[in-house]
Design a protein around this ligand. Structure first.
Ligand code: TPP
Ligand code: MG
Length: 564
Protein backbone atom coordinates (compact mmCIF):
# COMPACT_ATOMS: atom_id res chain seq x y z
CA UNK A 1 0.00 0.00 0.00
CA UNK A 2 1.41 3.44 -0.90
CA UNK A 3 2.23 5.66 2.05
CA UNK A 4 0.32 8.92 2.38
CA UNK A 5 2.02 12.26 1.87
CA UNK A 6 3.48 13.12 5.27
CA UNK A 7 1.97 16.12 7.03
CA UNK A 8 3.33 17.82 10.11
CA UNK A 9 1.59 16.72 13.31
CA UNK A 10 2.38 16.46 17.01
CA UNK A 11 3.28 13.14 18.58
CA UNK A 12 -0.14 13.06 20.27
CA UNK A 13 -1.89 13.50 16.92
CA UNK A 14 0.31 10.92 15.23
CA UNK A 15 -0.56 8.34 17.94
CA UNK A 16 -4.28 8.92 17.56
CA UNK A 17 -4.08 8.91 13.74
CA UNK A 18 -2.37 5.52 13.91
CA UNK A 19 -5.26 4.21 16.00
CA UNK A 20 -7.72 5.47 13.41
CA UNK A 21 -5.64 3.86 10.63
CA UNK A 22 -5.75 0.56 12.53
CA UNK A 23 -9.53 0.75 12.80
CA UNK A 24 -9.60 1.26 16.58
CA UNK A 25 -13.13 2.20 17.63
CA UNK A 26 -12.80 2.18 21.43
CA UNK A 27 -10.22 3.42 23.90
CA UNK A 28 -10.49 2.80 27.66
CA UNK A 29 -8.63 5.21 29.89
CA UNK A 30 -7.99 6.84 33.21
CA UNK A 31 -6.46 10.19 32.23
CA UNK A 32 -3.12 11.57 33.39
CA UNK A 33 -1.31 14.81 32.84
CA UNK A 34 1.46 12.76 31.25
CA UNK A 35 -0.45 12.23 28.00
CA UNK A 36 -2.61 15.34 27.61
CA UNK A 37 -1.55 15.69 23.96
CA UNK A 38 -3.05 12.26 23.17
CA UNK A 39 -6.26 13.03 25.06
CA UNK A 40 -6.49 16.28 23.14
CA UNK A 41 -6.04 14.58 19.77
CA UNK A 42 -8.86 12.15 20.68
CA UNK A 43 -11.28 15.10 20.64
CA UNK A 44 -11.01 15.34 16.84
CA UNK A 45 -11.52 11.71 15.81
CA UNK A 46 -14.32 9.21 15.72
CA UNK A 47 -13.16 6.91 18.54
CA UNK A 48 -15.37 6.12 21.53
CA UNK A 49 -13.48 7.03 24.67
CA UNK A 50 -14.54 5.35 27.91
CA UNK A 51 -13.29 7.10 31.00
CA UNK A 52 -12.84 4.54 33.76
CA UNK A 53 -12.37 4.73 37.54
CA UNK A 54 -9.27 2.60 37.95
CA UNK A 55 -6.60 1.52 35.47
CA UNK A 56 -7.00 -2.17 36.26
CA UNK A 57 -10.60 -1.81 35.10
CA UNK A 58 -9.53 0.07 31.96
CA UNK A 59 -7.03 -2.66 31.07
CA UNK A 60 -9.64 -5.39 31.69
CA UNK A 61 -12.15 -3.56 29.49
CA UNK A 62 -9.50 -3.43 26.76
CA UNK A 63 -8.94 -7.16 27.28
CA UNK A 64 -12.68 -7.82 26.90
CA UNK A 65 -12.68 -5.77 23.69
CA UNK A 66 -9.65 -7.72 22.43
CA UNK A 67 -11.31 -11.05 23.19
CA UNK A 68 -14.54 -10.13 21.44
CA UNK A 69 -13.04 -8.47 18.37
CA UNK A 70 -9.82 -10.46 17.84
CA UNK A 71 -8.03 -7.13 17.33
CA UNK A 72 -6.12 -5.26 20.03
CA UNK A 73 -8.19 -3.68 22.78
CA UNK A 74 -6.61 -0.31 23.56
CA UNK A 75 -6.19 1.37 26.94
CA UNK A 76 -4.33 4.49 28.00
CA UNK A 77 -3.03 5.06 31.49
CA UNK A 78 -0.70 7.41 33.27
CA UNK A 79 2.84 6.67 34.46
CA UNK A 80 3.92 4.99 37.76
CA UNK A 81 0.70 4.57 39.75
CA UNK A 82 -1.55 4.27 36.71
CA UNK A 83 0.61 1.66 35.03
CA UNK A 84 0.93 -0.23 38.33
CA UNK A 85 -2.84 -0.41 38.72
CA UNK A 86 -3.15 -1.62 35.14
CA UNK A 87 -0.80 -4.55 35.72
CA UNK A 88 -3.74 -6.74 36.82
CA UNK A 89 -5.28 -6.42 33.36
CA UNK A 90 -1.99 -6.90 31.54
CA UNK A 91 -1.38 -10.16 33.39
CA UNK A 92 -4.84 -11.39 32.38
CA UNK A 93 -4.19 -10.52 28.72
CA UNK A 94 -0.83 -12.32 28.85
CA UNK A 95 -2.19 -15.57 30.28
CA UNK A 96 -5.31 -15.38 28.12
CA UNK A 97 -3.31 -14.56 24.95
CA UNK A 98 -5.50 -11.51 24.33
CA UNK A 99 -4.35 -8.81 21.91
CA UNK A 100 -4.15 -5.62 23.97
CA UNK A 101 -2.15 -2.41 23.53
CA UNK A 102 -1.58 -0.20 26.55
CA UNK A 103 -0.20 3.30 26.10
CA UNK A 104 1.45 4.77 29.19
CA UNK A 105 2.31 8.42 29.70
CA UNK A 106 5.97 8.80 30.62
CA UNK A 107 8.16 11.52 32.10
CA UNK A 108 10.08 13.87 29.82
CA UNK A 109 13.02 12.30 28.03
CA UNK A 110 15.55 14.69 29.60
CA UNK A 111 14.63 13.66 33.17
CA UNK A 112 15.18 9.92 32.81
CA UNK A 113 16.88 7.93 35.55
CA UNK A 114 16.61 10.67 38.18
CA UNK A 115 13.56 8.88 39.60
CA UNK A 116 11.48 11.81 38.48
CA UNK A 117 7.83 12.17 39.50
CA UNK A 118 6.12 8.77 38.97
CA UNK A 119 9.04 7.57 36.86
CA UNK A 120 9.16 3.89 36.02
CA UNK A 121 11.18 1.85 33.57
CA UNK A 122 8.40 0.23 31.55
CA UNK A 123 10.67 -2.06 29.61
CA UNK A 124 11.91 -3.50 32.91
CA UNK A 125 8.57 -3.58 34.74
CA UNK A 126 6.47 -4.98 31.87
CA UNK A 127 9.30 -6.84 30.14
CA UNK A 128 8.12 -10.18 31.49
CA UNK A 129 4.49 -9.29 32.11
CA UNK A 130 3.71 -8.17 28.57
CA UNK A 131 4.52 -9.73 25.22
CA UNK A 132 6.50 -6.61 24.31
CA UNK A 133 7.24 -3.41 26.24
CA UNK A 134 8.83 -0.40 24.58
CA UNK A 135 9.13 3.36 24.67
CA UNK A 136 8.97 5.82 21.77
CA UNK A 137 11.77 8.37 21.76
CA UNK A 138 11.07 10.16 18.51
CA UNK A 139 7.66 11.25 17.24
CA UNK A 140 8.76 10.39 13.70
CA UNK A 141 8.95 6.71 14.71
CA UNK A 142 5.40 6.49 16.12
CA UNK A 143 3.86 4.89 12.97
CA UNK A 144 6.62 2.27 12.88
CA UNK A 145 6.31 1.34 16.57
CA UNK A 146 2.51 1.36 16.68
CA UNK A 147 2.35 -0.75 13.52
CA UNK A 148 4.74 -3.26 15.08
CA UNK A 149 2.71 -3.22 18.31
CA UNK A 150 -0.43 -4.25 16.39
CA UNK A 151 1.55 -6.94 14.64
CA UNK A 152 3.06 -8.30 17.88
CA UNK A 153 -0.24 -8.15 19.80
CA UNK A 154 -2.15 -10.19 17.19
CA UNK A 155 0.35 -12.57 15.64
CA UNK A 156 1.47 -16.02 16.73
CA UNK A 157 0.28 -16.34 20.30
CA UNK A 158 -1.41 -12.96 20.81
CA UNK A 159 -0.76 -10.89 23.93
CA UNK A 160 -0.43 -7.45 25.47
CA UNK A 161 2.00 -4.75 24.32
CA UNK A 162 2.96 -1.78 26.47
CA UNK A 163 4.14 1.46 24.84
CA UNK A 164 5.50 4.30 26.97
CA UNK A 165 5.10 7.81 25.60
CA UNK A 166 7.44 10.51 26.98
CA UNK A 167 5.42 13.63 27.63
CA UNK A 168 7.70 15.94 25.64
CA UNK A 169 7.80 13.52 22.69
CA UNK A 170 4.01 13.85 22.47
CA UNK A 171 4.24 17.58 21.76
CA UNK A 172 7.18 17.21 19.38
CA UNK A 173 6.18 17.70 15.72
CA UNK A 174 7.15 15.40 12.91
CA UNK A 175 6.31 14.93 9.24
CA UNK A 176 5.61 11.25 8.87
CA UNK A 177 3.05 9.12 7.05
CA UNK A 178 0.56 6.83 8.80
CA UNK A 179 1.30 3.12 8.74
CA UNK A 180 -1.37 0.95 7.07
CA UNK A 181 -3.78 -1.33 8.97
CA UNK A 182 -2.11 -4.49 10.23
CA UNK A 183 -3.78 -7.87 9.81
CA UNK A 184 -2.67 -10.85 11.94
CA UNK A 185 -0.23 -13.14 10.17
CA UNK A 186 -2.07 -16.36 9.52
CA UNK A 187 -0.44 -19.75 9.47
CA UNK A 188 -2.09 -22.81 7.96
CA UNK A 189 -1.30 -26.54 8.26
CA UNK A 190 1.73 -27.56 6.24
CA UNK A 191 1.42 -29.83 3.22
CA UNK A 192 0.50 -33.39 4.22
CA UNK A 193 -0.42 -32.54 7.81
CA UNK A 194 -4.18 -32.82 7.36
CA UNK A 195 -3.55 -36.20 5.71
CA UNK A 196 -1.42 -37.21 8.70
CA UNK A 197 -4.24 -36.18 11.03
CA UNK A 198 -6.72 -38.23 8.99
CA UNK A 199 -4.45 -41.27 9.27
CA UNK A 200 -3.99 -40.82 13.02
CA UNK A 201 -7.77 -40.62 13.43
CA UNK A 202 -8.34 -43.68 11.28
CA UNK A 203 -6.09 -45.72 13.58
CA UNK A 204 -7.43 -44.31 16.84
CA UNK A 205 -9.86 -46.18 19.08
CA UNK A 206 -10.72 -43.45 21.58
CA UNK A 207 -9.79 -39.96 20.36
CA UNK A 208 -10.87 -36.74 22.09
CA UNK A 209 -10.59 -33.12 20.95
CA UNK A 210 -9.89 -30.28 23.38
CA UNK A 211 -10.58 -26.74 22.20
CA UNK A 212 -8.90 -23.72 23.74
CA UNK A 213 -6.82 -20.62 23.21
CA UNK A 214 -7.52 -17.80 20.80
CA UNK A 215 -7.52 -17.00 17.08
CA UNK A 216 -10.98 -18.53 16.74
CA UNK A 217 -14.05 -16.91 15.22
CA UNK A 218 -17.67 -17.94 14.68
CA UNK A 219 -16.82 -19.52 11.31
CA UNK A 220 -13.99 -21.58 12.81
CA UNK A 221 -16.34 -22.79 15.56
CA UNK A 222 -18.91 -23.75 12.91
CA UNK A 223 -16.25 -25.54 10.84
CA UNK A 224 -14.94 -27.49 13.81
CA UNK A 225 -18.45 -28.39 14.96
CA UNK A 226 -19.31 -29.78 11.52
CA UNK A 227 -16.10 -31.84 11.53
CA UNK A 228 -16.83 -33.18 15.03
CA UNK A 229 -20.30 -34.17 13.95
CA UNK A 230 -19.06 -35.99 10.83
CA UNK A 231 -16.52 -37.90 12.92
CA UNK A 232 -18.74 -38.29 16.04
CA UNK A 233 -15.64 -36.96 17.76
CA UNK A 234 -16.04 -36.19 21.47
CA UNK A 235 -15.10 -32.56 22.11
CA UNK A 236 -14.16 -30.96 25.43
CA UNK A 237 -13.71 -27.22 25.99
CA UNK A 238 -10.70 -25.97 27.89
CA UNK A 239 -11.00 -23.90 31.10
CA UNK A 240 -12.99 -20.72 30.40
CA UNK A 241 -13.08 -21.39 26.67
CA UNK A 242 -16.52 -22.98 26.71
CA UNK A 243 -17.87 -20.71 23.99
CA UNK A 244 -15.80 -22.66 21.43
CA UNK A 245 -18.56 -25.23 21.04
CA UNK A 246 -22.33 -25.20 21.42
CA UNK A 247 -23.01 -27.12 24.61
CA UNK A 248 -26.01 -28.76 22.97
CA UNK A 249 -23.84 -30.15 20.18
CA UNK A 250 -24.17 -33.97 20.34
CA UNK A 251 -20.36 -34.29 20.60
CA UNK A 252 -19.83 -31.85 23.48
CA UNK A 253 -18.63 -33.68 26.57
CA UNK A 254 -17.85 -30.90 29.07
CA UNK A 255 -15.25 -28.41 30.16
CA UNK A 256 -11.83 -29.11 31.56
CA UNK A 257 -11.45 -26.76 34.46
CA UNK A 258 -11.85 -26.69 38.23
CA UNK A 259 -14.35 -29.29 39.44
CA UNK A 260 -14.83 -31.00 36.08
CA UNK A 261 -17.07 -33.99 35.51
CA UNK A 262 -15.09 -37.07 36.74
CA UNK A 263 -16.44 -39.02 33.74
CA UNK A 264 -14.75 -36.54 31.45
CA UNK A 265 -11.43 -36.75 33.25
CA UNK A 266 -11.59 -40.55 33.16
CA UNK A 267 -12.29 -40.53 29.43
CA UNK A 268 -9.37 -38.19 28.77
CA UNK A 269 -7.03 -40.40 30.73
CA UNK A 270 -8.14 -43.38 28.65
CA UNK A 271 -7.92 -41.58 25.30
CA UNK A 272 -5.37 -42.84 22.79
CA UNK A 273 -5.35 -39.67 20.68
CA UNK A 274 -5.77 -36.08 21.82
CA UNK A 275 -6.45 -33.36 19.31
CA UNK A 276 -5.59 -30.13 21.13
CA UNK A 277 -6.66 -27.13 19.09
CA UNK A 278 -5.58 -23.61 20.03
CA UNK A 279 -4.89 -24.22 23.72
CA UNK A 280 -1.79 -24.93 25.74
CA UNK A 281 -3.29 -27.44 28.20
CA UNK A 282 -1.89 -25.46 31.07
CA UNK A 283 -2.15 -26.15 34.82
CA UNK A 284 -5.93 -25.85 35.28
CA UNK A 285 -7.23 -27.75 32.21
CA UNK A 286 -4.50 -30.41 32.57
CA UNK A 287 -5.70 -30.99 36.17
CA UNK A 288 -2.35 -29.83 37.58
CA UNK A 289 -0.42 -31.47 34.75
CA UNK A 290 -1.77 -34.94 35.58
CA UNK A 291 -3.60 -35.67 32.31
CA UNK A 292 -0.57 -36.03 30.08
CA UNK A 293 2.96 -37.13 30.83
CA UNK A 294 5.61 -34.43 30.41
CA UNK A 295 7.49 -34.11 28.16
CA UNK A 296 6.27 -37.12 26.16
CA UNK A 297 2.57 -37.99 26.60
CA UNK A 298 1.55 -41.62 26.49
CA UNK A 299 -1.32 -40.71 24.19
CA UNK A 300 -0.75 -39.55 20.67
CA UNK A 301 -0.96 -35.78 20.74
CA UNK A 302 -1.89 -33.70 17.73
CA UNK A 303 -1.30 -30.12 18.82
CA UNK A 304 -2.55 -27.24 16.72
CA UNK A 305 -1.36 -23.80 17.77
CA UNK A 306 -0.57 -20.59 15.89
CA UNK A 307 2.76 -20.14 17.67
CA UNK A 308 5.69 -22.48 17.05
CA UNK A 309 7.04 -21.65 20.52
CA UNK A 310 4.03 -23.33 22.15
CA UNK A 311 4.36 -26.55 20.13
CA UNK A 312 6.64 -28.77 22.17
CA UNK A 313 7.04 -26.25 24.98
CA UNK A 314 5.51 -28.56 27.62
CA UNK A 315 4.27 -31.61 25.72
CA UNK A 316 6.06 -33.20 22.80
CA UNK A 317 3.40 -33.67 20.13
CA UNK A 318 3.23 -36.61 17.77
CA UNK A 319 2.04 -34.16 15.15
CA UNK A 320 2.67 -30.43 15.58
CA UNK A 321 0.55 -28.23 13.35
CA UNK A 322 1.49 -24.57 13.42
CA UNK A 323 -1.79 -22.99 12.42
CA UNK A 324 -4.41 -20.67 13.81
CA UNK A 325 -7.61 -22.46 14.78
CA UNK A 326 -9.28 -20.38 12.06
CA UNK A 327 -6.99 -21.69 9.30
CA UNK A 328 -6.96 -25.24 10.71
CA UNK A 329 -10.73 -25.50 11.05
CA UNK A 330 -11.15 -24.22 7.48
CA UNK A 331 -9.33 -27.32 6.19
CA UNK A 332 -11.23 -29.90 8.21
CA UNK A 333 -13.88 -30.52 5.60
CA UNK A 334 -11.17 -32.09 3.42
CA UNK A 335 -10.91 -35.02 5.85
CA UNK A 336 -12.93 -38.07 4.76
CA UNK A 337 -15.18 -39.19 7.60
CA UNK A 338 -15.12 -42.83 8.65
CA UNK A 339 -18.31 -44.81 7.93
CA UNK A 340 -19.12 -45.45 11.57
CA UNK A 341 -16.37 -44.60 14.00
CA UNK A 342 -15.85 -47.20 16.73
CA UNK A 343 -16.14 -44.47 19.34
CA UNK A 344 -19.54 -43.11 18.19
CA UNK A 345 -21.60 -44.75 20.95
CA UNK A 346 -19.12 -43.60 23.57
CA UNK A 347 -19.46 -40.00 22.33
CA UNK A 348 -23.22 -40.21 22.79
CA UNK A 349 -22.80 -41.61 26.27
CA UNK A 350 -20.36 -38.86 27.24
CA UNK A 351 -22.69 -36.14 25.93
CA UNK A 352 -25.48 -37.63 28.02
CA UNK A 353 -23.16 -37.62 31.00
CA UNK A 354 -22.42 -33.93 30.36
CA UNK A 355 -26.14 -33.11 30.09
CA UNK A 356 -26.78 -34.81 33.40
CA UNK A 357 -23.73 -33.18 35.06
CA UNK A 358 -24.91 -29.74 33.97
CA UNK A 359 -28.54 -30.24 34.94
CA UNK A 360 -29.04 -27.72 37.71
CA UNK A 361 -32.28 -29.32 38.89
CA UNK A 362 -30.22 -32.27 40.22
CA UNK A 363 -28.35 -30.10 42.74
CA UNK A 364 -29.48 -28.88 46.15
CA UNK A 365 -27.28 -27.04 48.64
CA UNK A 366 -28.01 -25.57 52.10
CA UNK A 367 -29.90 -22.29 52.23
CA UNK A 368 -32.98 -20.63 50.84
CA UNK A 369 -31.32 -19.29 47.73
CA UNK A 370 -30.30 -22.11 45.41
CA UNK A 371 -27.82 -21.10 42.74
CA UNK A 372 -29.05 -24.12 40.78
CA UNK A 373 -32.45 -22.42 40.58
CA UNK A 374 -30.83 -19.16 39.48
CA UNK A 375 -28.88 -20.93 36.74
CA UNK A 376 -31.91 -22.92 35.58
CA UNK A 377 -33.94 -19.72 35.30
CA UNK A 378 -31.23 -17.88 33.36
CA UNK A 379 -31.11 -20.81 30.98
CA UNK A 380 -34.72 -20.21 30.07
CA UNK A 381 -34.60 -16.41 29.74
CA UNK A 382 -31.19 -15.56 28.29
CA UNK A 383 -30.85 -15.59 24.51
CA UNK A 384 -28.00 -17.68 23.05
CA UNK A 385 -25.97 -14.57 22.21
CA UNK A 386 -25.95 -13.28 25.81
CA UNK A 387 -22.43 -12.55 27.04
CA UNK A 388 -21.53 -14.02 30.43
CA UNK A 389 -18.61 -12.59 32.39
CA UNK A 390 -16.99 -13.60 35.65
CA UNK A 391 -13.80 -13.28 37.66
CA UNK A 392 -12.53 -15.81 40.19
CA UNK A 393 -14.17 -17.49 43.13
CA UNK A 394 -16.18 -20.60 43.91
CA UNK A 395 -19.33 -18.86 42.66
CA UNK A 396 -17.88 -19.24 39.14
CA UNK A 397 -18.35 -23.02 39.38
CA UNK A 398 -22.07 -22.43 38.92
CA UNK A 399 -21.41 -20.63 35.65
CA UNK A 400 -18.90 -23.08 34.25
CA UNK A 401 -20.84 -26.18 35.16
CA UNK A 402 -24.44 -25.13 34.64
CA UNK A 403 -24.53 -22.42 31.99
CA UNK A 404 -24.92 -23.91 28.54
CA UNK A 405 -22.85 -21.72 26.24
CA UNK A 406 -24.29 -21.76 22.75
CA UNK A 407 -22.24 -19.35 20.64
CA UNK A 408 -18.80 -17.96 20.01
CA UNK A 409 -18.16 -14.58 21.65
CA UNK A 410 -20.35 -15.18 24.69
CA UNK A 411 -17.79 -15.92 27.41
CA UNK A 412 -15.43 -13.44 29.06
CA UNK A 413 -13.54 -15.04 31.93
CA UNK A 414 -9.86 -14.96 32.89
CA UNK A 415 -7.96 -18.23 32.64
CA UNK A 416 -5.50 -16.54 35.01
CA UNK A 417 -8.13 -16.72 37.76
CA UNK A 418 -7.97 -13.00 38.39
CA UNK A 419 -10.61 -11.70 40.76
CA UNK A 420 -12.36 -8.49 39.77
CA UNK A 421 -12.49 -9.17 36.03
CA UNK A 422 -16.22 -9.77 35.60
CA UNK A 423 -17.51 -6.23 36.08
CA UNK A 424 -15.01 -4.34 33.88
CA UNK A 425 -15.33 -7.08 31.25
CA UNK A 426 -19.10 -6.63 31.29
CA UNK A 427 -18.75 -2.85 30.98
CA UNK A 428 -16.24 -3.23 28.12
CA UNK A 429 -18.45 -5.76 26.33
CA UNK A 430 -21.62 -3.71 26.65
CA UNK A 431 -19.83 -0.57 25.51
CA UNK A 432 -18.70 -2.37 22.35
CA UNK A 433 -21.89 -4.38 21.75
CA UNK A 434 -24.75 -2.29 23.15
CA UNK A 435 -27.42 -4.57 21.69
CA UNK A 436 -26.16 -7.77 23.31
CA UNK A 437 -27.43 -8.75 26.77
CA UNK A 438 -24.53 -8.91 29.23
CA UNK A 439 -24.68 -10.68 32.59
CA UNK A 440 -21.81 -10.45 35.06
CA UNK A 441 -21.35 -12.99 37.83
CA UNK A 442 -19.25 -11.83 40.77
CA UNK A 443 -18.55 -13.05 44.27
CA UNK A 444 -18.76 -10.62 47.15
CA UNK A 445 -14.96 -10.61 47.23
CA UNK A 446 -14.54 -10.49 43.48
CA UNK A 447 -16.98 -7.63 42.93
CA UNK A 448 -15.24 -5.34 45.41
CA UNK A 449 -11.94 -5.55 43.54
CA UNK A 450 -13.30 -3.45 40.65
CA UNK A 451 -16.75 -2.52 41.94
CA UNK A 452 -16.05 1.14 41.22
CA UNK A 453 -16.54 0.47 37.49
CA UNK A 454 -20.26 0.24 38.20
CA UNK A 455 -20.02 4.04 38.00
CA UNK A 456 -18.69 3.66 34.45
CA UNK A 457 -21.68 1.49 33.56
CA UNK A 458 -23.99 4.20 34.93
CA UNK A 459 -22.09 7.03 33.21
CA UNK A 460 -22.48 5.39 29.79
CA UNK A 461 -26.01 4.02 30.38
CA UNK A 462 -24.91 0.41 30.01
CA UNK A 463 -27.72 -1.86 31.24
CA UNK A 464 -25.60 -4.78 32.34
CA UNK A 465 -26.93 -7.07 35.05
CA UNK A 466 -24.51 -7.94 37.83
CA UNK A 467 -25.31 -10.95 40.00
CA UNK A 468 -23.32 -10.70 43.22
CA UNK A 469 -23.19 -14.10 44.88
CA UNK A 470 -22.63 -13.10 48.50
CA UNK A 471 -21.55 -15.78 50.96
CA UNK A 472 -19.79 -13.33 53.27
CA UNK A 473 -16.33 -14.63 52.60
CA UNK A 474 -13.47 -15.28 50.26
CA UNK A 475 -15.06 -18.68 49.78
CA UNK A 476 -12.43 -20.34 47.60
CA UNK A 477 -9.71 -19.64 50.13
CA UNK A 478 -11.93 -20.71 53.00
CA UNK A 479 -12.53 -23.97 51.13
CA UNK A 480 -8.77 -24.51 50.82
CA UNK A 481 -8.34 -23.64 54.50
CA UNK A 482 -10.92 -26.24 55.51
CA UNK A 483 -9.14 -28.82 53.36
CA UNK A 484 -5.62 -28.04 54.57
CA UNK A 485 -6.12 -26.47 58.01
CA UNK A 486 -9.62 -27.63 59.04
CA UNK A 487 -11.38 -25.36 61.51
CA UNK A 488 -8.65 -22.74 61.44
CA UNK A 489 -10.32 -19.83 59.69
CA UNK A 490 -7.87 -17.09 58.85
CA UNK A 491 -8.42 -13.84 56.90
CA UNK A 492 -11.32 -15.15 54.84
CA UNK A 493 -14.39 -13.66 56.57
CA UNK A 494 -15.93 -10.56 54.94
CA UNK A 495 -18.41 -8.03 56.26
CA UNK A 496 -20.16 -6.70 53.18
CA UNK A 497 -22.14 -3.62 52.24
CA UNK A 498 -25.76 -3.67 51.11
CA UNK A 499 -25.04 -4.14 47.40
CA UNK A 500 -28.56 -3.15 46.33
CA UNK A 501 -28.10 0.18 48.11
CA UNK A 502 -24.65 0.44 46.51
CA UNK A 503 -26.23 0.11 43.06
CA UNK A 504 -28.80 2.78 43.86
CA UNK A 505 -26.20 5.15 45.28
CA UNK A 506 -24.35 4.95 41.97
CA UNK A 507 -27.55 5.69 40.03
CA UNK A 508 -28.36 2.13 38.98
CA UNK A 509 -30.99 -0.47 39.84
CA UNK A 510 -30.49 -2.66 42.90
CA UNK A 511 -32.37 -5.43 44.61
CA UNK A 512 -31.69 -7.97 47.33
CA UNK A 513 -32.67 -11.58 46.65
CA UNK A 514 -32.83 -14.07 49.50
CA UNK A 515 -34.99 -16.87 48.10
CA UNK A 516 -34.81 -18.89 44.89
CA UNK A 517 -38.46 -18.22 44.13
CA UNK A 518 -37.88 -14.47 44.21
CA UNK A 519 -35.11 -14.53 41.61
CA UNK A 520 -37.11 -14.72 38.34
CA UNK A 521 -39.21 -11.63 39.10
CA UNK A 522 -36.19 -9.71 40.43
CA UNK A 523 -34.26 -10.54 37.28
CA UNK A 524 -37.16 -9.38 35.13
CA UNK A 525 -37.39 -6.11 37.08
CA UNK A 526 -33.64 -5.60 36.59
CA UNK A 527 -34.05 -6.12 32.83
CA UNK A 528 -37.05 -3.81 32.70
CA UNK A 529 -35.23 -1.08 34.62
CA UNK A 530 -33.00 -0.68 31.53
CA UNK A 531 -30.33 0.54 33.92
CA UNK A 532 -27.10 -1.01 35.08
CA UNK A 533 -28.37 -3.35 37.77
CA UNK A 534 -27.08 -5.32 40.72
CA UNK A 535 -28.96 -8.26 42.17
CA UNK A 536 -27.52 -9.00 45.58
CA UNK A 537 -27.89 -12.76 45.99
CA UNK A 538 -27.53 -13.91 49.58
CA UNK A 539 -26.29 -17.48 49.69
CA UNK A 540 -25.67 -19.77 52.65
CA UNK A 541 -21.98 -19.79 53.63
CA UNK A 542 -22.23 -23.57 54.01
CA UNK A 543 -22.94 -23.91 50.26
CA UNK A 544 -19.29 -23.74 49.34
CA UNK A 545 -19.54 -25.88 46.18
CA UNK A 546 -22.46 -27.58 44.41
CA UNK A 547 -21.43 -30.86 46.06
CA UNK A 548 -20.07 -30.18 49.55
CA UNK A 549 -20.42 -27.92 52.58
CA UNK A 550 -17.94 -26.20 54.88
CA UNK A 551 -18.89 -28.60 57.72
CA UNK A 552 -18.39 -31.68 55.55
CA UNK A 553 -15.01 -30.43 54.36
CA UNK A 554 -13.92 -29.68 57.90
CA UNK A 555 -14.96 -33.12 59.09
CA UNK A 556 -13.43 -34.98 56.19
CA UNK A 557 -10.08 -33.29 56.63
CA UNK A 558 -9.59 -33.53 60.38
CA UNK A 559 -6.02 -34.79 60.89
CA UNK A 560 -7.08 -37.45 63.42
CA UNK A 561 -9.74 -38.75 61.05
CA UNK A 562 -9.35 -42.46 60.31
CA UNK A 563 -9.56 -42.69 56.57
CA UNK A 564 -11.50 -45.69 55.27
C1 TPP B 1 -6.66 -10.60 42.26
C2 TPP B 1 -6.75 -11.85 43.07
N1 TPP B 1 -6.49 -11.82 44.40
C3 TPP B 1 -6.59 -12.96 45.12
C4 TPP B 1 -6.93 -14.14 44.54
C5 TPP B 1 -7.02 -15.41 45.39
N2 TPP B 1 -8.45 -15.80 45.43
C6 TPP B 1 -8.96 -16.70 44.56
S1 TPP B 1 -10.59 -16.94 44.78
C7 TPP B 1 -10.64 -15.89 46.11
C8 TPP B 1 -11.92 -15.64 46.85
C9 TPP B 1 -13.04 -15.17 45.99
O1 TPP B 1 -14.05 -14.73 46.82
P1 TPP B 1 -15.49 -14.39 46.27
O2 TPP B 1 -15.40 -13.52 45.09
O3 TPP B 1 -16.32 -13.89 47.38
O4 TPP B 1 -16.02 -15.78 45.71
P2 TPP B 1 -16.38 -17.11 46.54
O5 TPP B 1 -15.20 -18.01 46.43
O6 TPP B 1 -16.70 -16.71 47.94
O7 TPP B 1 -17.55 -17.67 45.83
C10 TPP B 1 -9.37 -15.35 46.35
C11 TPP B 1 -9.08 -14.39 47.45
C12 TPP B 1 -7.16 -14.13 43.14
N3 TPP B 1 -7.46 -15.23 42.47
N4 TPP B 1 -7.10 -12.97 42.45
MG1 MG C 1 -17.65 -14.94 48.52
Amino acid sequence: MAAQTPNIRTGGQIIVDQLVAQGVDHVFTVPGESFLAVLDALVDVNINVTVCRQEGGAAMMADAHGKLSGRPGVCMVTRGPGASNAMAGIHIAKQDSTPVIMFVGQIERGMREREAFQEMDYRAVFGQAAKWATEIDDAARIPEVVSRAFHVAMSGRPGPVVIALPEDMLVQSAAVANAPRVEPIDSAPARGQMQALAEALSKAKSPVAILGGVRWNAQAVANFSAFAQRFSLPVAASFRRQMLIDHEHPCYIGDLGLGSNPELIKRLKEADLLLLVGGRLSEIPSQSYTLLDIPVPEQQLVHVHPDANELGRVYVPTLAIQASPIAFAAELDSLPAPAKPVWAAETQRLHQSYLQWSDASEVTVPGELQMSGVMAHLQTVLPPEAIITNGAGNYATWVHRFHRFRQFGTQLAPTSGSMGYGLPAAVGAKRCQPETPVVCFAGDGCFMMHGQEFATAVQYNLPIIVLIVDNGMYGTIRMHQEKNYPGRVSATHLQNPDFAAYAKAFGGYGERVEKTADFPAAFERAVQSKQPAILHLLTDPQAITPTTTIDKLRQANQPNQTKA
